[in-house]
Design a protein around this ligand. Structure first.
Ligand code: 1GP
Length: 254
């Protein structure tokens, strides 16, 4: 998956289990849409959200960010530009290893069901079995190294996070992402609350190739600026998009 990360400063997290603003034109100016949530997400509501956003703003890249392989189908993979898979450093083993092996095991065992045998994902390479299918899916996969820092969030509950990292540990996870795991995104996740700039400053020291995303509680241009000035490559805005679409516009840098 080739993405021009340099052009991505503002990301909108669209939760497919929540209602969307009636005017999706408010998304104009955001650089990337991530379709995913932590509760009530299904394959069908994910596909519907991806298609609704694409219908309005076809130029914006859209990534599906599933938390279960059951959210992913041939249709969602085709509709999205990429499938971004979180790996949660401070979560339980399932969320750094287990779910990923489960996803690839399903791809290997049920490629026709998952990916379809008549509609190729990429070009003329119709792969219906085994490693070829994995290669096709891999073309759209984006790994995300996550630290989930808001312990009261649903994201923390579903990924088995019971301890937040210190800024030094966040920096360590960022360094591991850059030099060891090689995920293109390192994501500081404060879902539902504003975490301030400290973790971003700590992580930014070590990241050159890896895009540094921060999400959580951004509902003003001041908070957006504070996080970007601390060294984030991109801010991720979720709740504000769903709850206050007009205020959401203010989080998009001019
Ligand atoms: C959630 O990081 C995103 O996954 C955005 O957080 O919903 O608090 O804006 P908010």
């Amino acid at each position: 998956m080739n993405v021009d990360w340099d052009g991505i400063t503002h990301v909108t997290k669209v939760d497919p289990a929540k209602s969307l603003p009636s005017d999706l034109g408010v998304l104009e100016g955001t650089d990337l849409v991530l379709v995913g949530g932590s509760d009530g997400v299904t394959e069908s509501n994910s596909l519907e959200a991806i298609e609704r956003v694409t219908d309005v703003l076809s130029e914006i890249p859209i990534f599906q960010e599933p938390y279960s392989s059951s959210h992913v189908s041939r249709e969602t993979i085709e509709a999205a530009d990429a499938v971004s898979i979180p790996a949660v450093y401070n979560g339980d083993r399932d969320h750094f290893v287990g779910k990923h092996v489960e996803l690839f095991t399903e791809v290997g065992q049920k490629p026709d069901e998952l990916l379809g045998s008549s509609v190729p994902l990429v070009g003329d390479l119709i792969a219906s079995k085994g490693v070829e299918v994995v290669a096709e899916l891999a073309d759209k996969l984006v790994g995300e190294g996550y630290v989930v820092q808001h312990l009261e969030s649903t994201a923390a509950a579903v990924s088995g996070v019971d301890t937040a990292y210190s800024p030094d540990e966040v920096a360590g996870a960022a360094l591991a992402t850059e030099v060891f795991y090689d995920f293109p995104i390192f994501y500081v996740e404060y879902s539902g609350t504003y975490g301030g700039p400290d973790d971003v400053e700590a992580a930014a020291r070590y990241l050159e190739e890896t895009a540094l995303f921060y999400g959580g509680g951004i509902d003003s241009s001041e908070k957006a600026s504070e996080i970007l000035e601390a060294g984030a490559d991109a801010i991720v805005v979720g709740d504000c998009f769903h709850d206050e679409p007009e205020t959401f516009r203010e989080t998009i840098p001019e």
